[in-house]
Ligand binder design. Structure first.
Ligand SMILES: [Zn+2]
Length: 291
């Protein structure tokens, strides 16, 4: 059995997925675009490049040796259980996916973490490029969490790389702007996170953003009662209310966003949600008292 997923396997699967989604997004778009696609793509790619650099500089040097140590010394839950590989790897993927759900909730609930995670949510349209648009600071801040996941769960290099690849394919898929047949998506979302489900998480409406935090499998949301499946996609406005103006989400602004004065409150008041759902009804962005 291989020690980890070979990089050529990951490369082929990621390229095939990106190619397939590019084709499907053109043929069967799910949402109406509001922004110039090419400019958004370039901006998202630039943000992704910075975060890829942060991952290789800060996450890999910590997490990879830790995973090898966990495997060698038999530390962490799954290593202590001494399970066969065919059981250990899927269980590790499920547990890593669940603990990523917890981290995702924290990035929304802890103000300091939200400063960084909102860069991902401030995209005014959503397609598979959104999946790569994370602030490099969020990647750095997640290193201790990732290390704890690996150490406590006992994720071997094979488990870790299987989860990393599955997660990447899952987030490319569920951020994509692809209209799947409704009946198919209804069945799929019993098990995995789908584009309409994750679209609701990217809504400007707070209670909709505060739902559908799962990444690969849906069961963490079902378990915690945080699933929200009853919002039609054409009623979802993608973004963060405080950053509706395209001038506020340019590349330099996105890089500075976590460190700048934060608008308060960042979403619409809960009380006047219903009449405010449509984009044209949204009030002007609320600015910080400091500005
Ligand atoms: Zn989120």
């Amino acid at each position: 059995m291989a020690q980890e997923v070979p990089s050529w396997v990951s490369g082929v699967l990621v390229l095939a997925t990106v190619g397939g989604l590019l084709w499907l997004e053109r043929r069967r778009p799910l949402r109406r675009r509001t922004q110039d696609k090419r400019r958004r793509d370039l901006r998202n790619l630039a943000v992704a490049g910075l975060s890829a650099a942060a991952i290789s500089r800060f996450e890999k040097p910590v997490v990879q040796p830790l995973s090898r140590w966990v495997d060698r010394e038999r530390r962490g839950l799954l290593k202590l259980l001494r399970l066969p590989v065919w059981l250990e790897v899927p269980l590790a993927v499920v547990l890593l996916d669940y603990t990523l759900y917890v981290w995702h909730v924290l990035t929304h609930k802890v103000g300091f973490l939200w400063r960084f995670h909102q860069v991902h949510h401030a995209d005014l349209d959503m397609d598979f490029t959104t999946a790569t648009r994370f602030h490099f600071g969020e990647m750095i801040l997640s290193v201790p969490w990732r290390a704890a996941q690996v150490a406590l769960i006992g994720a071997s290099p094979l488990s870790l790389t299987t989860w990393q690849l599955t997660t990447l394919l899952a987030i490319l898929f569920h951020h994509s702007d692809v209209e799947l047949p409704y009946g198919l998506e209804r069945r799929l979302c019993r098990l995995i996170v789908t584009p309409r489900v994750h679209g609701i998480h990217h809504s400007v409406v707070r209670r909709e953003t505060d739902s559908n935090w799962s990444t690969i499998f849906m069961w963490p949301d079902y378990l915690h009662g945080t699933d929200r499946l009853n919002v039609p996609q054409d009623e979802v406005t993608i973004g963060v209310p405080a950053f509706r103006d395209p001038e506020e989400v340019t590349l330099p602004r996105l890089v500075r966003m976590p460190f700048a004065a934060q608008p308060w409150p960042w979403t619409l008041p809960e009380s006047d949600l219903e009449p405010e759902r449509r984009p044209e009804a949204l009030p002007a962005p609320v600015h910080s008292l400091a500005e």
